[in-house]
Design a binder for this molecule. Structure first.
Ligand SMILES: NC(=O)c1ccc[n+]([C@@H]2O[C@H](COP(=O)([O-])OP(=O)(O)OC[C@H]3O[C@@H](n4cnc5c(N)ncnc54)[C@H](OP(=O)(O)O)[C@@H]3O)[C@@H](O)[C@H]2O)c1
Length: 512
C-alpha cells in the first residue's frame, strides 16, 4: 500500500482544520467555473471533513434563483464534475447551508441585501463569521464588484480580526500592465493586500508545489541548480484542444495572455527563484518577485526572443480538425496567436547565460505541461557521442499534468559484451506511489484562502512584474497585425519559427 500518511502535503492539510467559521460567497454562481470546479471543491472539502464546523455557501448572480433550485444545480454540478460521487450524508450536511442571493454586480442595493443576508447568518449562529468572496465572473465586472464590496462595507467586515473578509479573484488579472495596475489600484482602494487572493490554479497542483520540495528538500539537486551545471530550461504548457465554442473569448485573449503571462511565468519563478528564508507566504513571494524582475526585456526584433503562430488544419487523435481561422466565432483575418514561444534571459548570479525557453499552444501534439531542466554535458574524453555511444544530456523533467510525476534521464550501459550506451528514464509517478484520487487544485486553494495562507496565490507586485515582461510584446504584436504570424499544422509541436528560435543556441525542443 502506498505510504500516503507520510506524504508532506497530505500531512500539511491537517493544519487546515483550524479554519475559522466561514461563509463563502461566489459571485457568478450560475457560471461554468462554479459548476465545474468551485462547487465540487467545496463538496470534496466537506467530504474530507476539512471545512470549518460552521460553514455556509452563498451563491450570488443576476438571475433570480430560489435557494432550492440553486441547491439542485449544485447537486447536479457535483454529480457531473466532482472527483467523488455525490454521497447522501455529505450532501445532506452541505445542502441546508447553501443559499442564493440575486442581484446585479453594479447594483449597490444588491450588496446591501447581501450584507443583510450575511448578518442574518451570523445572528442565527450567534457568532462572527469570516466572509470569503470568490469573484468568478467575467473580468468586465471584477471592478464593479470590488467597488460595491467597498461601498457596502462588506470588504471591511470584521477588519483587523481573525474573521476579516477575504477576496479571491479569478484570472485573467488584467489584459496588460496598465489594466493590471488599474485593477490593483481598485483592489487596494477597498482591501488590504493581506485580504486579497489572486488565483492561478496552476499553483494548486501537487506537482507545482512539489517543485519546492524537490529543489529544497533534496541535497542532490540544489548544489547543481545554477549556471555552472544547467545549460537550459524548457517549460511547455501544451493543449491538444482547439478553441472549440470559446472562440469569442479566445479572440480577445490569445496564448500569451491565456497561458504564458500567468501559468508559464509562475513555473519560471518557482523553478528559478532563490531559496526563500522560510516557507511563509511573503518569503516565497518576495523571491518570486525578485526573480521575475531579473528577467531581461525581450528582444522583439526579427531574429529576437519570440515566436507566434496560429494552428492550421491538421489531424488530432486520427481525426481531421479545422484551422484556427475556420473555427466558429473567429475572424478570417484574426491576428490572435494560438501559439507563443519565448526565450528568457535571467540576469542574476545564478542564471546568467542559461536560456529559459517557454512555449504554449493549442492543438499541439498532446496535452502536457512540463518543466525540463537540462544539465551540461560531461567532457567527451571517455564516452563521446557517436556510433557506439548514444548519449543524452542529463535532464530532470517535472510533469505537471497529466500523469503527474518526474523523471531523470541518465546514460546507461546496454547489457552485453561490448560497451554501448543508451539514455534511460528513471521515473516517479504520483499515481503509482500515492494513488490517483488526489485533491484538485481548487480544493487546496479555497481551503488555503479560508485559513489565510496566501502562499499559493499571486501578490499584486508579482502580477505586475510578469505583465512588465509580456505587455511590450503584446503591444508590438497588436501593432503589427498578422505580420510575422506563422502557422503550424494542428497535431504538430508548433511552427518552424519556434524551432529556429531555439536552434540559434544549438538546442531543440523536447517532445514530452
Ligand atoms: N470556466 C473555466 O474553466 C475557467 C477556468 C479558469 C478561469 N476562469 C475564470 O473564471 C471566471 C468565471 O468563468 P466562467 O467560465 O464561469 O464564466 P461564465 O460562465 O461566462 O460567467 C460566470 C457568471 O457570470 C455572470 N456573467 C456572465 N457574463 C456576464 C457579463 N457580461 N456581465 C455580468 N455578468 C456576467 C453570469 O452569471 P449571472 O447571469 O447569474 O449573473 C455567469 O453565469 C472568469 O474570470 C474566467 O476567466 C474560468
Amino acid at each position: 500500500m502506498a505510504d500516503t500518511a507520510r506524504h508532506p502535503f497530505l500531512q500539511g492539510l491537517s493544519k487546515h482544520r483550524g479554519a475559522p467559521p466561514t461563509v463563502v460567497v461566489i459571485f457568478g454562481a450560475s457560471g461554468d467555473l462554479t459548476a465545474r470546479k468551485l462547487i465540487p471543491a467545496v463538496y470534496n472539502l466537506a467530504y474530507d471533513n476539512l471545512l470549518p464546523a460552521d460553514f455556509f455557501l452563498v451563491g450570488f448572480g443576476r438571475k433570480a434563483i430560489p435557494d432550492e433550485e440553486f441547491r439542485g444545480l449544485a447537486a447536479e454540478a457535483i454529480k457531473e464534475f466532482s472527483r467523488r460521487e455525490l454521497k447522501a450524508d455529505v450532501w445532506d450536511r452541505l445542502a441546508p447551508l447553501t443559499t442564493y442571493v440575486a442581484g446585479g454586480y453594479d447594483e449597490p442595493a444588491a450588496f446591501t441585501r447581501l450584507a443583510a443576508h450575511l448578518d442574518a447568518i451570523e445572528k442565527q449562529l450567534g457568532r462572527e463569521v469570516q466572509t470569503l468572496f470568490y469573484i468568478s465572473t467575467p473580468p468586465t465586472v471584477f471592478a464593479p464588484i470590488i467597488r460595491n464590496l467597498g461601498s457596502s462595507g462588506l470588504a471591511a467586515r470584521h477588519l483587523g480580526q481573525l474573521h476579516q473578509a477575504k477576496v479571491i479573484i479569478e484570472k485573467p488579472f488584467g489584459r496588460d500592465l496598465i489594466s493590471a495596475r488599474a485593477l490593483n489600484v481598485t483592489l487596494r482602494s477597498v482591501f488590504e493586500e493581506t485580504q486579497v487572493y489572486r488565483i492561478d490554479h496552476y499553483l494548486g497542483k501537487e506537482t507545482v508545489q512539489d517543485l519546492l520540495v524537490q529543489r529544497f528538500a533534496n541535497s542532490i539537486f540544489e548544489p547543481l541548480w545554477n549556471r555552472n551545471f544547467i545549460s537550459s530550461v524548457q517549460i511547455t504548457v501544451a493543449e491538444e484542444v482547439g478553441v472549440g465554442s470559446r472562440g469569442g473569448y479566445y479572440e480577445q485573449s490569445g496564448c500569451l495572455r491565456d497561458m504564458i503571462q500567468n501559468h508559464a511565468m509562475q513555473l519560471v519563478a518557482l523553478t528559478a527563484m532563490e531559496p526563500p528564508v522560510s516557507l511563509e507566504a511573503e518569503a516565497i513571494r518576495d523571491e518570486k518577485v525578485k526573480l521575475l524582475r531579473a528577467i531581461q526585456p525581450l528582444n522583439l526584433g526579427p531574429a529576437g526572443d519570440v515566436s507566434r503562430a496560429q494552428y492550421a488544419a491538421g489531424m488530432v487523435a486520427g481525426k481531421p480538425v479545422p484551422g484556427y481561422l475556420e473555427e466558429e466565432g473567429i475572424s478570417p483575418t484574426s491576428a490572435t496567436e494560438t501559439y507563443a514561444a519565448l526565450r528568457l534571459s535571467i540576469n542574476n548570479w545564478r542564471w546568467q547565460g542559461v536560456p529559459f525557453y517557454l512555449r504554449s499552444g493549442k492543438r499541439l501534439a498532446r496535452r502536457v505541461s512540463e518543466i525540463a531542466v537540462t544539465f551540461r554535458r560531461p567532457p567527451g574524453t571517455l564516452f563521446a557521442e557517436g556510433d557506439k555511444f548514444d548519449l543524452s544530456a542529463n535532464t530532470l523533467a517535472f510533469q505537471i499534468q497529466p500523469d503527474e510525476g518526474m523523471h531523470l534521464v541518465v546514460n546507461t550501459k546496454i547489457p552485453g559484451l561490448e560497451t554501448r550506451t543508451q539514455p534511460v528514464k528513471m521515473s516517479f509517478r504520483y499515481r503509482t506511489t500515492f494513488g490517483s484520487n488526489t485533491a484538485e487544485a481548487y480544493e487546496r486553494l479555497v481551503l488555503d484562502a479560508m485559513v489565510g495562507d496566501g502562499t499559493l496565490f499571486i501578490r499584486g507586485d508579482e502580477t505586475e512584474a510578469s505583465w512588465q515582461l509580456c505587455s511590450p510584446l503584446l503591444g508590438v504584436w497588436e501593432g503589427s497585425g498578422r505580420e510575422g504570424m506563422q502557422s503550424y499544422a494542428a497535431g504538430s509541436w508548433g511552427p518552424t519559427g519556434a524551432d529556429s528560435l531555439i536552434a540559434r543556441d544549438q538546442c531543440a525542443w523536447r517532445q514530452p
